[in-house]
Design a binder for this molecule. Structure first.
Ligand SMILES: Nc1ncnc2c1ncn2[C@@H]1O[C@H](COP(=O)(O)OP(=O)(O)OP(=O)(O)O)[C@@H](O)[C@H]1O
Ligand SMILES: [Mg+2]
Length: 165
């Protein structure tokens, strides 16, 4: 049903983002059926890798039976903490396994990102100069770049995405 509701809106927006819950229930399957592509946020923690395997399985099933057009937009690494060895291992492992489908932008663990929802605000409205805002703005630019929706030069791109990992 979601699929038909979205068809009506498709012409009016450049992007329609469906925010899913982390569980793989009926609503998530519905969303994957209606979507053109899926962004997979992965926290840089061990258990996140287990969840990633399950989600990729679900995506395969949906691609096989419900939505053959469903693409993977990319994997977004979040909650990255430079000081943690485990976080670095997760980044390495995800990049090794999934290579080019991992976004260059990485979202660093950031207190302001955790605070913003308690004020009912997006991170940009809450504190546009925070590291979290900068990370998510870079991510938005990367998505635009990938979809050929920006005039950014390659030089601009490498300046923006060269995150100090
Ligand atoms: N303090 C933080 N620093 C960096 N990234 C964060 C932080 N808090 C949340 N995130 C990331 O931002 C995204 C949105 O977080 P959110 O709190 O909405 O959790 P969620 O996994 O979407 O679960 P929920 O169903 O509760 O919304 C997640 O990908 C999460 O990893
Ligand atoms: Mg959420």
């Amino acid at each position: 049903m979601l699929k038909f509701a979205l068809e009506k809106l498709r012409d009016q927006y450049d992007f329609i983002i469906i925010d899913c819950s982390p569980s793989l229930g009926l609503i998530t399957v519905n969303s994957l059926t209606a979507a053109d592509s899926v962004i997979i946020p992965v926290q840089c923690e061990y258990y996140a890798l287990e969840g990633l395997g399950k989600l990729l399985n679900t995506i395969k099933i949906v691609q096989g039976r419900l939505n053959t057009e469903l693409a993977i937009e990319g994997i977004l690494l979040t909650m990255y903490d430079t000081r943690l060895r485990l976080a670095n291992q997760v980044v390495e492992e995800v990049k090794m396994h999934f290579q080019e489908i991992v976004f260059d932008t990485v979202i660093h663990r950031n207190t302001t990102l955790g605070e913003a929802p308690s004020y009912g605000e997006s991170i940009i409205m809450h504190d546009a100069s925070s590291k979290g805002s900068i990370n998510y703005l870079n991510f938005a630019r990367e998505i635009l770049q990938k979809n050929d929706m920006t005039n950014m030069t390659n030089e601009d791109k490498s300046n923006i995405f060269s995150d100090e990992l």
